[in-house]
Each structure stands twice: as structure tokens, then as C-alpha cells.
Design a protein around this ligand. Structure first.
Ligand code: 13P
Ligand code: SF4
Length: 303
């Protein structure tokens, strides 16, 4: 089917099912273009609660659909590609986290939303890359356990007085961005600002003019006097940057900064998902209720 026909059919089914399509900025451009809302992980969680549709089609990876299902149990949350999982989310397990909690009984657990519902259920509070520092600083504790991203943990540690006890996880897409990649791009584009996602390595963040979540990068590109930017995150964001601030120029820091999982959803899969009402995200109720407490605490933190 041609793209225009796919879009037409998706829009017809959206009306019929009273569905909305939410997409992360890392999705394929054509998927972002048919979405009702495109955002970073924080905005997507907030939007899932705000929407009054019966069905949410989540164009992203598994943990994102899970967060929507945890927060909105009365809605049907569909993932067009159930096998699109986040490798970083899979780097932490409940058994390991329980052992760490036993070692540090006074330390509340902050889990990055890039984690499973079961990990969220074992956590006191969640965070995203947009609010991690504020979430940690909101806690009445001198030390906190932070899972699963060691790079985001290091970034938070550099901006808080609290002791951060990290987990050894990382995002393969951001972790493979190296200092050399940035230095090469800076040499090629000396007038460009380097803006980086806090999932990058600490020695990469040292080179950044600005560190922010994906949405934060778009806001920064709007406000900064710079005309060119080297983008230190998954390159799908460039589509969002070009839509929001088309008069500026963006260079992806590395041709390898691509998340294969985020690219698994395409228009055909979105259509099939709406046609067959699949794949539904189901979170067991006891896990969902505990995970929701951690997400609700996060959503109550002001940034
Ligand atoms: P944000 O959406 O918080 O910018 O995080 C990026 C990410 O890696 C999502 O998988
Ligand atoms: Fe996970 Fe990284 Fe892909 Fe985001 S970009 S879904 S953190 S692997």
C-alpha cells in the first residue's frame, strides 16, 4: 500500500476505534508524522494520562507502552511491534535490585522510566531524562539507588549533593557515541553548538554546550542564538528539530546513533495494530498498582 493510502486507512480506523497515536521522537519520520502527539518520555507519560481516547497506539518501545498502561488502566494500550524492547531496560532485573536494596536499606530507589513495570514496582519513584535531577533532589535521603543507566546516574551525581548508588546499565545507542566523534564533528562545524542527551558517557557530556532530554533539545534549539547544532542523541530527533525549528541546521554526531528498536514500528504495523487491536500491553494488577505509585510520585515533582 502507498504511504498516502496507509495514512488514510490509519486515520479512518483511529476515528472508528476512538484511538490516539503517541510517538517518541526516535520513531521513523513517517510514523512521527501520523502521530497525534510526539514527545519525550516525560511528555508521553503525561499525555497518556491527559488523553480521553479509548485506545492508545504507542509508537515506541515496550517500556513506553507499559508506562501508558500503568497510568491509564481503563484505556487499551497497543504496541504495533511488541518485540521492540529497550536493551537498557533489560539490563536490570528484580532479583539484582532486591540485593542492592538490602545492601542499602536507607536508600530509596529511583528508576529511570526506561525500565520494566516490575522494576518500577520495586522503586520508590521514577524519573525521566527531563526531570532526573529534580526527582533525586526532591527526596528526603542522603543517598539514593539509581537504576538502570550509569551514565544518567553520573550526570545526576554531578548535579546533586546526594550520594548516587548506580546500576551498571547503559543505552547502547548513546554509549557508543565517543569523544572522538564529537571532536571530529566540532572540527568540521566550528560554529555549531554541541547538545547532548544525558544517556551519553560523562566524557562526552564534558564537551556539551547544553545537556537535555530530547524535548529539552528542541526547546534549546528554539531559544539558542546558535544557527547550527551537533546533535548528541538518537538521530530520529533531527526530524522533530527540523519540524519545530526549520531555519536552523542539525548534524547528527555519529552515523551510528540509531536505536534499532525504535525503528521497528512502521506505518504498516500501525495499521495492523488498529485493524486487529493488537498487541495489547497487559501489566498484572499488583505490579501495575505499585509501579503507578512510583510514576505518580514522579509526575508530582515540579520541574
Ligand atoms: P527522553 O525521551 O527522556 O529524551 O529519553 C530518550 C530515550 O532514550 C528514550 O528511549
Ligand atoms: Fe533504549 Fe537507548 Fe533505544 Fe532509548 S535509545 S529505547 S534508551 S536503547
Amino acid at each position: 500500500m502507498q504511504q498516502a493510502d496507509l495514512t488514510k486507512r490509519i486515520n479512518e480506523l483511529k476515528l472508528k476505534r476512538n484511538a490516539v497515536i503517541l510517538s517518541h521522537y526516535y520513531s521513523r519520520p513517517e510514523v512521527q508524522d501520523i502521530a497525534d502527539f510526539v514527545g519525550d518520555s516525560l511528555a508521553l507519560s503525561q499525555e497518556a494520562v491527559r488523553q480521553d481516547a479509548d485506545v492508545i497506539v504507542f509508537c515506541g518501545v515496550h517500556f513506553m507502552g507499559e508506562s501508558a498502561a500503568i497510568l491509564s488502566p481503563n484505556k487499551t494500550v497497543l504496541l504495533p511491534e511488541i518485540d521492540a524492547t529497550c536493551p537498557m531496560a533489560d539490563m536490570v532485573n528484580v532479583e539484582g535490585l532486591k540485593i542492592l536494596k538490602e545492601k542499602h536499606p536507607e536508600a530509596p530507589v529511583v528508576s529511570y522510566v526506561n525500565s520494566s513495570a516490575a522494576i518500577k514496582a520495586e522503586s520508590y519513584i521514577c524519573c525521566t531524562s527531563a526531570n532526573a535531577v529534580e526527582v533525586v533532589n526532591s527526596l528526603d535521603a542522603d543517598e539514593v539507588i539509581f537504576v538502570p543507566d550509569k551514565n544518567l546516574a553520573a550526570y545526576v551525581a554531578s548535579r546533586t549533593d546526594k550520594k548516587i548508588i548506580p546500576w551498571e546499565g547503559h543505552c547502547p545507542t548513546h554509549h557508543q557515541i565517543l569523544r572522538e566523534d564529537v571532536l571530529k564533528m566540532k572540527e568540521k562545524h566550528p560554529r555549531a553548538e554541541f547538545i547532548a542527551h544525558p544517556e551519553c558517557r560523562p566524557d562526552v557530556l564534558e564537551l556539551a554546550d547544553h545537556v537535555a532530554s530530547t524535548r529539552g533539545m528542541i526547546v534549546h534549539a528554539e531559544r539558542s542564538p546558535a544557527k547550527e547544532f551537533i546533535i548528541g542523541t538518537e538521530c530520529g530527533l533531527i526530524h522533530g528539530l527540523l519540524k519545530a525549528v526549520p531555519e536552523k541546521t542539525y548534524y547528527c554526531v555519529s552515523e551510528f546513533a540509531c536505536c534499532p528498536s525504535m525503528k521497528m514500528v512502521n506505518l504498516e504495523k500501525v495499521l495492523t495494530s488498529l485493524e486487529k487491536m493488537q498487541q495489547r500491553v497487559i501489566v498484572p494488577e499488583d505490579v501495575r498498582a505499585r509501579a503507578k505509585e512510583a510514576l505518580d510520585r514522579m509526575l508530582a515533582v515540579k520541574i
